[in-house]
Design a protein around this ligand. Structure first.
Ligand SMILES: Cc1cc2nc3c(=O)[nH]c(=O)nc-3n(C[C@H](O)[C@H](O)[C@H](O)COP(=O)(O)O)c2cc1C
Length: 359
């Protein structure tokens, strides 16, 4: 009886272990990235701790670690104990993390963040969250018991340059803290995404309305970050399909197409799909998935993410649906994920209660 010889063939996941030249000055040892994941474990001054340094160091075999989202300004906070990158103590705290990851031979980007309307006055000294427009948000604040979202305050036009500067300063501080680069958090319904999607951007100044205005703030952030740290050390995460804290609009696709064209010209390090399940398709993206839409409209390096296993992710990379695979929850469950892929060992299953500790 003829039997398949799959057992003797090298597993497709081994292809993820090939190195990848991300930029002329940054070679990744493999194509498995650790996706950014908020852990809410910074101290009360939003300073990264020693435990966080060890948590990231244990995962240094990833081709690139992308840290949990890190706020660039105090009014960018929307969850308890998320780290910042705007005080000297925070820079020093992150320096411990980057030193440990580099000692273990890893590479690490800082994800820089402002939550915009996804916040609550209890994080903001009683002030209302800020956003492009005063569009209310419903639901309970994640990782809290009894805080509910409300209606944010629409930003004045003359407040926007200060926010752009905060991202540039955050990026410069990240480099001071020893990071290899930064990923601008433009995804998942937070501040940049709120400008990009029509649902949350009803502005009638130069930051809303026609397509060019919708992408103006995010592009100003990208340009300011590039000016601060260089395009090779600048990446961005995007959610072209609205799926988290907002709803889609048929006009959204044009905004993202125009933004992606602009990003191509700037030669950023990569674009990263911000999505929980990349099999989800979006009517407003002509039925495409997040990574499918990004691949169609962007020619640079693309990072895919969203409910992939090493096997399904390796298949997607082989099929050129994206270039690099970011893995999130399985990396929480398996600090040694890359080793397990190398030795073809099964992964431990992720459970939400693993978020209670930094293992
Ligand atoms: C606990 C948790 C925290 C997350 N925090 C962030 C974050 O800070 N920034 C971000 O861009 N995405 C965040 N995400 C989304 C992940 O980066 C990723 O897109 C998602 O988990 C899907 O990938 P996975 O199926 O491999 O986990 C978070 C996801 C989880 C589960």
């Amino acid at each position: 009886m003829s039997r398949s010889t799959t057992a003797a063939e090298p597993s497709i996941t081994q292809e993820l272990l090939q190195p990848f030249a991300l930029t002329p000055s940054l070679e990744l040892s493999n194509r498995i990235l650790m996706a950014p994941m908020t852990r809410s474990m910074a101290d009360d001054d939003l300073v990264p701790t020693e435990d966080m340094a060890e948590y990231y160091a244990r995962r240094a075999a990833a081709g690139l670690i992308i840290t949990e989202a890190t706020i660039v300004r105090a009014d960018g906070q929307g969850y308890p104990n998320t780290p910042g990158i705007f005080t000297d103590a925070q820079v020093e705290g992150w320096r411990r993390v980057t030193d440990r990851v580099h000692q273990e031979g890893g590479k690490i980007f800082l994800q820089i963040w402002h939550v915009g309307r996804v916040s609550h006055p209890s994080f903001l000294d009683g002030a209302d969250p800020i956003a492009p427009s005063a569009v209310p948000l419903e639901g309970r604040v994640n990782r809290t018991k009894d805080l509910y979202y409300g209606t944010p305050r629409a930003l004045e036009t003359d407040e926007i340059p200060g926010l752009v500067q905060a991202f540039a300063d955050g990026a410069a501080n990240a480099i001071r803290a020893g990071f290899d680069g930064v990923e601008i958090h433009g995804a998942n319904g937070y501040l940049l995404d709120q400008f990009l999607h029509y649902h949350t951007n009803l502005r009638d100044d130069v930051y809303g309305g026609p397509v060019g205005n919708h992408l103006r703030f995010p592009l100003e952030v990208v340009d300011a970050v590039i000016a601060a740290v260089g395009a090779e050390r600048t990446a961005i995460r995007l959610s072209p399909g609205a799926y988290f804290h907002m709803s889609g609009d048929p006009r959204d696709a044009e905004v993202f197409k125009a933004l992606l064209k602009q990003l191509e010209g700037r030669r950023v390090a990569y674009v990263h799909a911000g999505i929980f399940d990349d099999s989800q398709t979006f009517d407003e993206l002509d039925g495409q998935t997040a990574s499918g839409f990004l691949r169609t409209n962007y020619n640079g390096t693309l990072v895919g993410c969203g409910s992939y296993s090493p096997e399904t992710g390796a298949r997607a990379v082989r099929d050129q649906r994206f270039d690099l695979l970011a893995i999130g929850r399985p990396f929480i469950a398996n600090a040694d994920l890359v080793e397990r892929v190398r030795s073809d060992e099964p992964l431990k299953e992720y459970h939400a209660d693993m978020l209670d500790t930094l293992e």
